[in-house]
Design a protein around this ligand. Structure first.
Ligand SMILES: NC(=O)c1ccc[n+]([C@@H]2O[C@H](COP(=O)([O-])OP(=O)(O)OC[C@H]3O[C@@H](n4cnc5c(N)ncnc54)[C@H](O)[C@@H]3O)[C@@H](O)[C@H]2O)c1
Ligand SMILES: [Zn+2]
Length: 388
């Protein structure tokens, strides 16, 4: 993995040269670049052309992102004589179902999908996860490119090749590992993103600091509110930094046999919270992750792994940045029994034991499945009864 900063040069259509940062995900023959910059959608044709097998793509987007950016992308594709069809899915987590996978796959086949065509995922994590999964199974695999449009997707979900959908039995239980050919993160699109979505992505940004990068956490404490308020330099720094971290972790452990599992910090709790909320937008994934990270630090403190003060510091920063930090911040039933029941269906259960990511402090996460039930129950009950 390396980063290079480059002037992307003057394209033939006289658009302004772009300053881009490129992060490489080193996965040998399956390695790829993450290109980060501002104004990239306008030149998407030029950026994707080097990795296209054929000059034919299908743009997959959602009903919020399509109206905003579809025309820009389609105009760029036309300019370079790349043929395309565009498919618009309903926006939101409720779209991440097996039914939508079938619908999209059949729609692509109806348009005579062929080997060597490339799917472009233009949207947030939902579109990225669905498109990647369809790319993995369509005609036994066609290439795909991630064009993430949320902060969450730019710092996390578009990189690393985890694709899939939710099941009635829980979050992300159906899917595959399937790497994109390229990731193009245009930070200009964050300007249109509702602030609640921006904050949800910020929770995953914070996660990198909490896992193994205490300096980044401290940097976010100083610059997080500016980043959320629109500071472009802060956004660029954070997106590039997170992509570097994710690329490094994925290159080390593509299939989550070890270190990659640390990226699940807060997620065992988060997936249970999301399941309890239903997938209708009552609690966003990133919001559930914020609460899940608080719970992970509380559990760590209860088990004697870290000081209570570390979790308090995290909670203070979540409150400062407008993210949920207390049970009363989201409208779900906090029954410990119900949440533990959801956790027992988690992908990370082995021999009936749930795997947790805990911490010895900020920037010192580790995985364990040695969590006594009574400690888990006590932490959930105390959280539910705590200050609202
Ligand atoms: N594959 C992975 O490694 C991975 C990692 C983390 C999260 N995820 C998944 O990602 C999903 C969450 O992703 P998300 O938060 O991006 O959700 P999302 O895709 O639902 O996007 C959030 C909302 O913002 C809208 N939107 C997107 N871009 C916009 C823009 N530029 N301007 C205005 N509106 C815009 C969308 O239409 C949607 O309503 C979850 O399903 C989660 O499980 C996957
Ligand atoms: Zn996540």
């Amino acid at each position: 993995m390396h980063v290079s900063t480059a002037d992307a040069g003057s394209p033939s259509d006289n658009t302004v040269p772009l300053r881009t940062d490129t992060v490489r995900v080193d996965l040998g023959a399956r390695g790829y670049d993450i290109i980060v910059g501002v104004g990239l959608l306008d030149q998407i044709d030029r950026l994707i052309t080097p990795v296209l097998e054929r000059k034919r793509v299908a743009v997959i987007t959602d009903s919020n992102v399509g109206p905003l950016y579809r025309t820009t992308v389609e105009a760029a594709l036309s300019r370079s004589s790349i043929t395309f069809e565009t498919f618009v899915l309903p926006a939101g987590e409720a779209t991440k179902t097996f039914g939508q996978i079938e619908r999209l796959t059949e729609a692509l086949l109806a348009e005579k999908a062929e080997r060597g065509m490339t799917l472009l995922a233009l949207g947030g994590g939902v579109i990225g996860d669905i498109t990647g999964f369809v790319a993995a199974i369509l005609l036994r695999g066609v290439p795909f490119i991630q064009i993430p449009t949320t902060l969450l997707a730019q710092v996390d979900s578009s990189v690393g090749g985890k694709t899939g959908v939710n099941s009635a039995h829980g979050k992300n239980l159906i899917g595959s590992f399937y790497q994109p050919r390229l990731v193009v993160a245009d930070m200009a699109v964050l300007e249109q993103l509702p602030v609640r979505e921006l904050r949800a992505g910020y929770a995953e940004t914070l996660k990198y600091g909490l896992i193994d990068d205490p300096e980044f956490f401290t940097w976010l404490e100083a610059h997080g509110t500016d980043l959320l308020a629109g500071d472009r330099d802060a956004r660029r720094h954070a997106v590039v930094h997170c992509c570097q971290a994710k690329a490094r972790i994925v290159a080390e452990d593509e299939r989550e046999a070890g270190r990659r599992a640390l990226l699940n910090l807060g997620h065992t709790f988060a997936h249970a919270i999301e399941a309890e909320a239903g997938y209708g937008g009552r609690v966003l994934h990133g919001e559930a992750v914020a609460l899940g990270m608080v719970l992970a630090f509380r559990l760590s403190a209860r088990l004697g792994h870290c000081d209570r003060g570390d979790g308090d510091r995290l909670e203070r920063h979540l409150i400062d940045t407008g993210l949920p930090a207390r049970a009363g911040d989201v409208d779900i039933n906090w029954s410990p029994a119900a949440l533990i029941e959801h956790m027992s269906r988690d992908k990370k259960v082995q021999d009936g034991r749930v795997t947790f990511v805990l911490a010895r402090g900020i920037g010192q996460a580790f995985t364990t499945n040695d969590v006594p039930d009574d400690a888990l129950k006590a932490v959930l009950a105390e959280f539910a009864d705590g200050p609202q």
